[in-house]
Design a protein around this ligand. Structure first.
Ligand SMILES: Nc1ncnc2c1ncn2[C@@H]1O[C@H](COP(=O)(O)OP(=O)(O)O)[C@@H](O)[C@H]1O
Ligand SMILES: O=C(OP(=O)(O)O)[C@H](O)COP(=O)(O)O
Length: 394
């Protein structure tokens, strides 16, 4: 068990909190503030318990330069609204400077400040010891709350813990609890659903899940590499040519492990990669040579929904089709609905899957939607995330 902010006395202490405020932005405005809201319970707890709160985060990938399109100012403004309190923000190009040091030293209990984008310094992603020390010198305690960045060993996510006692915030605790129980001691039947487009990224996850799940459901752009391995014609569908052999191996591994691997039995195909193209729905062995598979068909939906309904734990990563186009969104929507109706534990990981669930209005019906894409996948793979490893054990 990792120590959390509940296990320490924060009263009157300067506490530096690494959050993941890397929120999607459009024209300088925040377009989705889920990650900000997810950190509020920890910030409120620290304020209420008399801590002097120093928040830090990255935004985007400014590559070690103070590029103002990546400033955290909009986040400071949004935080001030949610916390009902001015969040002090000093936009220092070096993140830490004399003004920042003085402001941190002068904080009153219950006050909050936010540092500028830690990736304005190149030492951040290099995990430079000097920058980690500079950040640490502002505070007495380090709180890890950035689940979405916990798979990165950077100065503000890992290095800083060499110089300060490190505990976790409530978001990390929640993510580890839900994702951990899904992989370590899942209630059975345990079903994993893998879709999306990044076959190569997800193969290690599939391999790791084979030892754990009862049923592995494959959908989306990943399916066609498996179809190819089965010797089926896939037309112009998405293919990960290099991994056809691996897909075949995974099917054999699943069979040997007694894991049911389900692949789409019918496919919604489009002539072009566009919403208003000619569409046909066919069985998986009849994909026309000049068309591409863009969604799972209704027979597949019925089969998958039935398995999901009976599951005690379902983990889902990656949409079932090109859900951004309304004519190819039905499969993803139906799976999201089946998960929303499932009585078991339902966990969503991955940016696009989370967005799809949100878009279709099922978000509040899920047990847990992870704030981490890459981080949740690495966690599910069974990897030790560096940002979590640095938190002290109880
Ligand atoms: N059959 C398909 N052909 C092409 N792209 C697909 C198909 N099915 C799903 N996709 C695309 O996969 C993308 C999401 O994949 P991915 O990034 O792997 O998921 P996540 O972000 O949830 O981890 C979406 O943009 C979706 O349009
Ligand atoms: O958005 C993030 O990752 P995600 O897109 O995998 O969820 C995190 O903030 C990590 O950002 P990074 O991938 O630039 O290190």
């Amino acid at each position: 068990m990792k120590k959390t902010i509940r296990d320490i006395d924060v009263k009157g202490k300067k506490v530096i909190v690494r959050c993941d405020f890397n929120v999607p932005m459009q024209d300088g405005k925040i377009s989705d503030d889920t990650r900000i809201k997810a950190a509020l319970p920890t910030i409120n707890y620290l304020m209420e318990h008399g801590a002097k709160v120093i928040l830090m985060s990255h935004m985007g990938r400014p590559k070690g330069e103070p590029k103002m399109e990546f400033t955290l100012k909009p986040v400071a403004d949004r935080l001030s609204e949610y916390l009902n309190k001015d969040v002090l923000f000093i936009s220092s190009p070096t993140v830490v400077d004399d003004r920042v040091r003085k402001a941190a030293a002068d904080l009153e209990p219950g006050q909050v400040m936010l540092l500028e984008n830690v990736r304005f310094r190149k030492e951040e992603t290099d995990n430079g010891a000097d920058f980690a020390r500079e950040l640490a010198s502002l505070a007495e305690i380090f709180v890890q709350e950035a689940f979405g960045t916990a798979h990165r060993a950077h100065a503000s996510t890992a290095g800083i813990a060499d110089y300060l006692p490190a505990v976790s915030g409530f978001l990390i605790e929640k993510e580890v609890k839900f994702l951990g129980s899904a992989v370590e001691d899942p209630k059975k039947p345990f079903v994993a659903i893998m879709g999306g487009a990044k076959v190569v990224d997800k193969i290690p996850v599939i391999r790791n899940l084979i030892g754990k799940v009862d049923t592995l459901i494959i959908g989306g752009g990943m399916s066609f590499t498996f179809f190819k391995a089965m010797g089926l014609e896939i037309g112009k569908s998405l293919l990960d040519e290099e991994n056809i052999g691996l897909a075949g191996d995974l099917m054999k591994e699943a069979e040997a492990a007694g894991v049911k691997m389900l692949l789409p039995v019918d496919v919604v195909c489009g002539r072009e990669f566009a919403n208003d193209t000619e569409i046909v729905t066919v069985d998986n062995d009849k994909i026309p040579a000049d068309m591409m598979g863009m969604d799972i068909g209704p027979k597949t939906v019925a089969m998958y929904a039935d398995v999901i309904a009976k599951a005690a734990t379902v983990v889902w990563n990656g949409p079932m089709g090109v859900f951004e186009m309304s004519n190819f969104a039905e499969g993803t929507k139906a799976i999201a609905k089946a998960m929303a109706e499932c009585k078991g534990i339902t966990i969503i990981g991955g940016g696009d899957s989370a967005a799809a669930v949100e878009q279709f209005g099922f978000a509040d019906k899920m047990t847990h939607i992870s704030t981490g894409g890459g981080a949740s996948l690495e966690f599910l793979e069974g990897k030790v995330l560096p940002g979590i490893a640095v938190i002290e054990d109880k």
